[in-house]
Design a protein around this ligand. Structure first.
Ligand SMILES: [Ca+2]
Length: 462
């Protein structure tokens, strides 16, 4: 891609064509960049490019080489609908008021403009394939094509679904009929259909969300007897000494629902999760191959992410709901901008999924709406080591209590009450698994005070 094109995409020249010399101006692109927005359900950063030594993800590792890989990217809520709503509206869950998988933000805020809707209004063809908003809670105003009819979700349906999902299956025959395989085929057909227009194609993969179903060949990549257990594994959710009881739900959701996990079974489920990750990796590979085949790669910005993190037995917990720990909140986030000089480099700054909306708006060459609550990551895409004073904020629901947390590059601070008594502090430089709560230690009182203040500022008007 021509240098001028890169400058335009990254907003280096603040969209001022006059800033270019005449000969460069003559090369200004006439085409707007396309966007390929790839969401993966319940994917924590269990990827080769994120340093996982066991899981096999060659296609995503390859994508990472042409992307900025955000090592410290966090969802704003460890549950599908609240996380996706926050990301797609560019607002925090404390603003959206969406903290469960049942409510739709349009019921309260009918006029908000979502990320895909922004591009639709800007003249893009916006298309949904697979799960982008939470299932049954799609948003018709967001899409030119692919909006699914809205269905009322009832709590009992969800409970029933959760009970059915606690299993894994290696599919030996008819693997081509699996949901994510079909999703790729539908997405490729949409690429072929809209390749000549500016498009915003959103593709949502269902795995590794439970049930853990994948073709058998991906299960064959992993030997459960060689999978190590987490250092803080327990048979059931177990808070560590010095940690408030509220920090973990007593009952698991999605996997090991209402039952203990044996060490053997735990390893089998971790292997099954990895099999699903490898399956999705292969499907993303097929999608990106189509992008290359159609000659679209050099004018397409690719965003790849998981909608929240996932406990795989850490602290005895499975899945995500109700946890403010690192594993429940940390997500993979790759952003590939053609010709970007920062591509191929990792970025350690704490960033949020709610930052993606303003980022893509800026990369598209549009002014960022002031109503968005995230920060554009464009400066970090240009220079991944650039200074960055923002932290990552998240919320989680435990019964009637809304816990909140702030993550800086070094610390995670968690509050489970307004008085600041049920709190946790972890130093990620020396304690990446969040084993030792430092909140009550006098040497960390200043850090607790500073992070408590940041949480207050974030939520003071919300
Ligand atoms: Ca999810």
């Amino acid at each position: 891609m021509a240098r001028s094109n890169l400058a335009w995409l990254l907003g280096v020249c603040s969209f001022s064509v006059a800033a270019f010399p005449l000969e460069v101006r003559a090369q200004q692109p006439t085409k707007k960049p396309n966007f390929l927005f790839i969401a993966v359900d319940d994917l924590r950063p269990a990827l080769g490019c994120y340093g996982n030594p066991i899981v096999k993800t060659p296609n995503l590792d390859k994508l990472a080489k042409t992307s900025v890989l955000f090592r410290n990217a966090y969802c704003q809520f460890p549950l599908c609908n609240p996380s996706r709503t926050s990301m797609l509206t560019g607002k925090f869950p404390s603003t959206t008021k969406i903290t469960d998988n049942l409510k739709h933000f349009r019921d309260t805020f009918p006029d908000w403009v979502t990320l895909p809707e922004f591009f639709r209004l800007a003249g893009y063809v916006t298309v949904r394939v697979g799960k982008i908003f939470h299932g049954g809670l799609d948003d018709e105003k967001s899409w030119v094509e692919g909006a699914e009819p809205r269905k009322e979700r009832k709590p009992q349906d969800q409970k029933k679904y959760a009970q059915q999902s606690d299993r894994f299956v290696a599919v030996e025959e008819n693997a081509e009929s699996l949901l994510d395989t079909k999703t790729t085929e539908r997405a490729v057909a949409q690429l072929e259909k809209h390749k000549d227009k500016p498009f915003f194609l959103a593709v949502g993969y269902a795995r590794p969300h439970s049930p853990l179903i994948a073709p058998k060949k991906y299960f064959d990549l992993y030997d459960p007897t060689k999978i190590p257990l987490p250092v803080d594994f327990a048979a059931k959710p177990t808070v560590r000494p010095g940690v408030p009881e509220i920090a973990l739900p007593a009952r698991n959701s999605d996997l090991f629902i209402g039952r203990d996990a044996s060490e053997k079974e735990a390893c089998e489920y971790i292997a099954a999760y990895y099999a699903c990750v490898s399956y999705v990796d292969a499907e993303v590979g097929r999608l990106l191959d189509a992008l290359d085949r159609l000659g679209l790669r050099e004018n397409t910005i690719i965003v790849f992410f998981g909608d929240h993190g996932y406990h795989l037995g850490e602290k005895g917990k499975w899945s995500k709901h109700g946890s403010l720990y690192e594993v429940a909140l940390r997500v993979p986030l790759l952003i590939s901008v053609p010709g970007n000089k920062g591509s191929g480099m990792p970025c350690n700054r704490p960033v949020q999924l709610s930052d993606v909306y303003p980022t893509l708006v800026e990369l598209g060459g549009f002014p960022v709406p002031k109503s968005l609550e995230g920060k554009s990551l464009a400066p970090l895409l240009r220079e991944p080591a650039a200074s960055w004073h923002h932290a990552a904020f998240s919320l989680a629901q435990r019964g009637k209590v809304l816990g909140r947390t702030v993550r800086t590059e070094r610390f995670r601070y968690i509050e489970w009450d307004a008085e600041g008594k049920l709190v946790e502090l972890y130093d990620h430089v020396v304690d990446p698994h969040e084993m030792r709560n430092l909140a009550a230690e006098p040497t960390h009182a200043a850090t607790v005070g500073r992070l408590r203040q940041r949480l207050k500022e974030r939520h003071s008007t919300k």
